[in-house]
Design a protein around this ligand. Structure first.
Ligand code: G3P
Length: 229
C-alpha cells in the first residue's frame, strides 16, 4: 500500500519526503488554486520534487476531445505526470481517445461502483473513489472502496485503486483494510497519523529518567566508542 499526499504545497511535500513515506502526489484545481502560483511553474516543480513517483494533474475542459488535448499538453510538464479525468461520459471518451499514447490516467470524482467498473474496464491507470466527500453527505465511503476492490480482485484489473478524499487517520486505516493500493491524504491527516499523546508522555518519562543515568554524557560520544574499541 502506498501513501500519496493530496496537496500542491511544496513545504508539506518536503516534510513528507523527510519521513520517507511519500510515494506519489494528487492534486485537483481547488488544491492548485489554494497555492496562488503560476500553474505551469508549480506543476513542473511538483513533478521534479516528487520524481520518480507519480503526480496527478487534472484537466479542466468539459469535452472528451478538449480533455484529451489538455492531457497531451500537461503530460509534458514532467516524466511522472498522471492526467486526472472526471469519471463522467466525456472523461471516459477522453480516456478512449488517449489509448495507445502512453499517458497515465487517474479517473477522479468516483462516487459509485459502476463509475469505477467502467473506468477499470476502459483501462484507467488509477481510479479514485472519494471517501470523505461521500461521508460528508451522509453516505458510506469505505463500503464503496470495499466493493471496488472486490470487483478489481475478481477480474484482476490492472488499474490501481486510490482511496481519496480522506478526512482523518481512522478513514486511512479503514481504507487500508479494504486492500486499496494507494491512499491519498492531506498533509494534516498524515501528520495526525503519527501523533499520540501517550507516546509524548511516555517519551518525556524516558528522557527524564535518562537524566539519572551515570556517565550519560559520554554515552553517545564517538570518541568514547573508539577508545573502547
Ligand atoms: O484526491 C481527492 C481530492 O482531491 C478531493 O479531496 O479533501 O477535497 O474531498 P477533498
Amino acid at each position: 500500500m502506498n501513501i500519496f499526499l493530496d496537496t500542491a504545497n511544496i513545504e508539506e511535500i518536503k516534510k513528507a519526503k523527510r519521513w520517507g513515506v511519500l510515494k506519489g502526489l494528487t492534486t485537483n484545481p481547488s488544491i492548485v488554486a489554494r497555492e496562488g502560483k503560476d500553474f505551469v511553474k508549480l506543476a513542473k516543480e511538483l513533478c521534479d520534487l516528487v520524481h520518480p513517483y507519480p503526480v496527478s494533474l487534472e484537466v479542466v475542459d468539459r469535452t472528451g476531445e478538449g480533455m484529451a488535448e489538455q492531457a497531451r499538453t500537461i503530460s509534458e510538464l514532467g516524466r511522472n505526470v498522471v492526467v486526472k479525468l472526471p469519471a463522467n461520459p466525456e472523461g471516459l471518451a477522453a480516456l478512449n481517445l488517449l489509448k495507445g499514447e502512453n499517458i497515465k490516467t487517474n479517473l477522479t470524482l468516483v462516487f459509485s461502483t459502476s463509475q469505477a467498473l467502467l473506468a477499470m474496464s476502459a483501462g484507467a491507470t488509477y481510479v479514485s473513489p472519494f471517501i470523505g466527500r461521500l461521508e460528508d453527505r451522509g453516505y458510506e465511503g469505505i463500503g464503496l472502496v470495499r466493493d471496488i476492490m472486490h470487483i478489481h480482485n475478481a477480474y484482476k484489473f490492472k488499474t490501481e485503486i486510490i482511496a481519496a478524499s480522506i478526512r482523518d487517520p481512522h478513514q486511512v486505516i479503514e481504507a487500508a483494510k479494504t486492500g486499496a493500493h494507494i491512499i491519498t491524504m492531506p498533509f494534516a491527516v498524515l501528520e495526525k497519523m503519527l501523533l499520540n499523546t501517550m507516546t509524548d508522555t511516555d517519551l518525556e518519562k524516558f528522557l527524564s529518567d535518562w537524566e539519572k543515568v551515570p556517565g550519560r554524557g559520554e554515552a553517545f560520544s564517538r570518541r568514547r566508542v573508539e577508545n573502547v574499541g
